[in-house]
Design a protein around this ligand. Sequence first.
Ligand code: GDP
Ligand code: CA
Length: 312
Amino acid sequence: MSIVALAGGVGAARFLRGLVRVVDPAELTVVANTGDDIRLHGLHVSPDLDTITYTLGGGVHPAQGWGRDGETTAVATELRDRYGRPAWFTLGDRDLATHLVRTEILAGGGTLSEATDVIAAAWGLEFRLVPMTDDPVATRIRTTDGRTLHFQEWWVGERAAPPVADVWLEGAAGARPAPGVLEAIAAADVVVLCPSNPVVSIGTILAVPGIRPALRRACVVGVSPIVAGAVVRGMADRLLPATGTDVSALAVARSYADFLDGWVVDRADEDAAAPLRQLGLAVAVTDTVMTTPDVAASVAGAALGLATAPAT
Ligand code: GDP
Ligand code: CA
């Protein structure tokens, strides 16, 4: 069984912790969003790749769900207090080591995929982790007051407060899927959409030319990141309206209708099961709030079960 998972950050990492309990990690390729990537203090920061790496590698900050455990911020404090550098995005000391390694590889002419391989190996990841693209892309937000911000400036810098008029992946037209991405999708028995942000995680992966058409030829199942008309965490509820999509498990599945075959919804969204089945989707209804890796494993099992179930 060969599996591809499309992933954002925290929601994805929690799900993947369960997925690796129910499949052989050697048969899993995780394709991660890089639209959140940003250069800070000269360093290339890849938040979603790192959240996945730290979570599956056993080094994530457990309460936050991102960043390193046992983290300190001596460098960030020095940058701010002594050098007066912008401090809206704090890079932890341990986390900085990852960005240094990545940036050094890129500066030496390596690709983001190659940097990711080196970092994943250092963390002992047993599955293959690849960025969606090696090309430079960035998620941009246009606010209703007419400013264009990097996603991180809006989300971290302004705490998602400014209402959003538009959101897009800058550089998408010229971006190519990273080496192996299309091949892995074509060879997959099932592609799983992690419960990730439909706009700035899954949406950005879909914006890379070639990926969406490849998914139309694959068996694709997903887990709804929307539970009872709300996000479990994050800011998808601030972004979905700007893309014309309601904040509901049903509407998100509809936005994937051209390639989606199965959808896992929470028990709170049982009402969505009938209309989803009318769309031709296989549907599973279960507890999807992944409070523990055990719950995540059962959500992953439900998703994989849809890949083999005939649509009803
Ligand atoms: P980010 O990059 O940290 O924003 O992480 P993702 O894009 O992977 O995930 C954010 C999305 O995951 C949000 O829409 C959340 O509602 C959803 N999410 C987070 N935790 C859970 C969970 O336990 N269950 C479900 N169903 N969705 C979740
Ligand atoms: Ca993210």
